[in-house]
Design a protein around this ligand. Structure first.
Ligand SMILES: CCCCCCCCCCCCCC(=O)SCCNC(=O)CCNC(=O)[C@H](O)C(C)(C)COP(=O)(O)OP(=O)(O)OC[C@H]1O[C@@H](n2cnc3c(N)ncnc32)[C@H](O)[C@@H]1OP(=O)(O)O
Length: 156
């Protein structure tokens, strides 16, 4: 049995996200785990994720960086407290800021590896940096500021 992924601990009401929700049938349904101090997601883009034939759409790479990093932010908060991700109080993070630099074209048809590192945890926010690699070469680099969701998120 593979180790559970961070996303396995997301409660149903936050499992509909296009990038990471296990309940979104049309989504990416990424799965992220710790490998030492780094978080890792592996994902193989599909033909519909094409930008230019043979190469991956940048928005897809941004989605991978985004959901990889918000998941990493939540996992990092639990880890800092020495708690399992299914324990209370629950941590839920949303994207406050997403920055991606595209360093080289990303080939389609191969597995991509997203690796994240926690840069800092400051109060209610976690800053995560991530790289996307194809065939061992880093093709995109990103940084996400993830902020803890407040009660009543989305209510105006
Ligand atoms: C078991 C585990 C479960 C995990 C479940 C995971 C669920 C996953 C769900 C799927 C998710 C998938 C991903 C998605 O698609 S999430 C969907 C896309 N994101 C959103 O819709 C978020 C919309 N924005 C907001 O709700 C609020 O503006 C937030 C919550 C972001 C902050 O408003 P809030 O009033 O709450 O807090 P605050 O203003 O005191 O800010 C807090 C800290 O953050 C810093 N800051 C704020 N903005 C920025 C910025 N632009 N650049 C840099 N920093 C920024 C700010 O300076 C402060 O830091 P500091 O000054 O204190 O140092």
């Amino acid at each position: 049995m593979p180790e559970p992924a961070f996303q396995d601990y997301y409660p149903e009401n936050v499992s509909h996200c296009y990038g990471c929700g296990s309940l979104n049938a049309l989504g990416l349904r990424i799965r992220t785990r710790w490998e030492g101090d780094e978080s890792v997601t592996r994902f193989t883009p599909r033909p519909e994720h094409t930008a230019i034939p043979g190469f991956v759409y940048g928005g897809l790479l941004a989605s991978l960086v985004d959901c990889h990093s918000t998941g990493t932010a939540a996992a990092a908060m639990y880890r800092q407290e020495g708690r399992a991700m299914d324990t209370l109080p629950a941590y839920r993070f949303v994207t406050a800021s997403l920055h991606v630099d595209y360093l080289a074209p990303t080939p389609l048809g191969v597995e991509l590896e997203v690796r994240g590192r926690v840069k800092r945890i400051e109060g209610r926010k976690v800053v995560v940096e991530a790289t996307v690699s194809a065939l061992g070469k880093v093709t995109a680099r990103g940084e996400v500021v993830a902020a803890q969701m407040r009660e009543g998120f989305g209510q105006v």
